[in-house]
Each structure stands twice: as structure tokens, then as C-alpha cells.
Design a protein around this ligand. Sequence first.
Ligand SMILES: NC(=O)c1ccc[n+]([C@@H]2O[C@H](COP(=O)([O-])OP(=O)(O)OC[C@H]3O[C@@H](n4cnc5c(N)ncnc54)[C@H](O)[C@@H]3O)[C@@H](O)[C@H]2O)c1
Length: 267
Amino acid sequence: MSNGILKGKKGIISGALDSNSIAWKIAEKAHAEGAEIVLTNAPVALRLGTINELAEKTNSIVIPADATSEEDINNLLDQSVERFGGKIDFILHSIGMSINVRKKKEYADIKYDWMQKTFDISAISFHKFMQCAFKKDCINEWGSILGLSYIAAQRTFPDYGEMAQSKALLESFARSFGYYWAKKNNVRVNTVSQSPTLTTAGKGIGGFQDFFSYSNKMSPLGNAPAEACADYCVSLFSDYTRYVTMQNLYHDGGFSNMGMAPEVLES
Ligand SMILES: NC(=O)c1ccc[n+]([C@@H]2O[C@H](COP(=O)([O-])OP(=O)(O)OC[C@H]3O[C@@H](n4cnc5c(N)ncnc54)[C@H](O)[C@@H]3O)[C@@H](O)[C@H]2O)c1
């Protein structure tokens, strides 16, 4: 299924580490829908992952950027504009990492310098992308900026640790910066709150497999797969969603509005 809904659009896609990454599927889909893209990831991820394979498949280039570094982001934006021969239409922020979760630190015994690093990587980087692009005025009219979130921003999921607060911050940045971008040149800013997904970041959460199965039963449509998330994100980059902004949009098979699912009780 490809309808060319991104024909002529140019965008930056961050966070594709390997073929399980949500950003990987979004890059494939955006390319299939006619977009020209630039891929980016942290320099260390370029060594560990398989992003060059994706670049070849999508006829794109990879520009390394640590999302916590304004210098790297500015360089990424400048090089992207050069590559595109003009301004950018969309940016995907698909970046998340918790040091305390990775090091299995309990929520009531958190190390605060790690927590700050987590916020910097997973949320403040979203603000940095937006602020750097804002100052450069490098996003086209009716452009679209998107981040990926999770419902732990609203509800308590104990194993998600400090990532819950990262996502709350991420969603709040979308609302606050969304105002400035809309007023500047009609650019929209949203977050997509995705189902649990089997990726490197997802599997890093304690008890992920059991939780994945619980969530699948709680969601009347089942967990939304990464490919479906890609379809949704592509629609949010397209001209079909120009007046959607400052929203956190659930893409979760119905999970967020469920109270009790008989399927969970039965099992
Ligand atoms: N997997 C899930 O269950 C799930 C559910 C909802 C939302 N999300 C969100 O989706 C996004 C993508 O995660 P994913 O599940 O595809 O996992 P992933 O591990 O494939 O992607 C996370 C990416 O963040 C990148 N990253 C980490 N530190 C970085 C830095 N300093 N600079 C630049 N990039 C950096 C990693 O290299 C990686 O590519 C994240 O924001 C995640 O929180 C994931």
C-alpha cells in the first residue's frame, strides 16, 4: 500500500538502530510514500547498529548526531538543508534511553545524575531539536515535528522507572513548543503514544515480555505493531493532518481507554 502522500517532502528521521526500531519502519514507509529522508543516530549507535543498510534501502544518507549536543543537532540541520537543497518538512524524534532502568536501579533508589542524563537524552533533546530548527528557521510552512511517547506519562507502570517522567516531559514540550511553531509558520508538533513494541529500547524494560502479553490482552485491537505506527506517523507528516497540533495521540489498539478486559481475567 503506497499512495505517494509524502511526495516532494523532505524529512529527518532519528533513532533507527536496527530493523526492529520503530524509526526503521517509519523511514521505510516515508521513503515508500515518496519522501526524501536523512537518517541520524548517536555516533556510538552507528557503530553498533545496522543503519547503513537502511540508508541504502531508502536512498538516504546518515548524519551522526548525539541528541544531547546542540552542536551536533545544528550540524545535522545544516547538512540536511544542504542535502535537500531547501528547508525541511518533517522531523521524527524517536530517541529514548534510561540509565537507571538499564542499570536495574529501583525507582526508590535512583541515581540523580543518571536521571538527568535520561531526561537529557529522552526528552530535552526534543526541545533541542525544536529550538535549533526554530532559530535556523529551517522548517517549511505546514511542516510536522513528531516525538514517540508511552502511556506511562499518564499512568503508573512500575518497571518503566524514570522513563515515565521523560515521556511526561516530552509530551509537555510538544504542547508548549507547538504554540510557538504554529504561530511562527503553521508547523505542527505532536507525540504518538505507541503500544509496547519489541525493540532494543522496549526489551530493556524489566518483565517486558509478560507485560507485552498483558497489554496485548488489554487492548481490544491488540498491541499496535511498529509497521502500523509507521503508517500513522506518515499520515502525521502528510498534508492530511495539517490542523492536528499540540496533541498526544494514542496509537495503542484501544489500551488507553480500557478499564477491565475479560481476556486478562481469564488468563
Ligand atoms: N519499544 C516500545 O515499547 C516503545 C513504546 C512506546 C514508545 N517508544 C519510544 O519509541 C522511541 C524509539 O524507541 P524504539 O522502541 O524504536 O527502540 P530503539 O532502541 O530501536 O530506538 C531508540 C533509539 O534511541 C537512540 N539514542 C539513544 N541515545 C541517543 C543519543 N544520545 N542521541 C541520539 N540517539 C540516541 C538509540 O541509538 C536508538 O536508535 C523511543 O522514544 C521510545 O521510548 C517505544
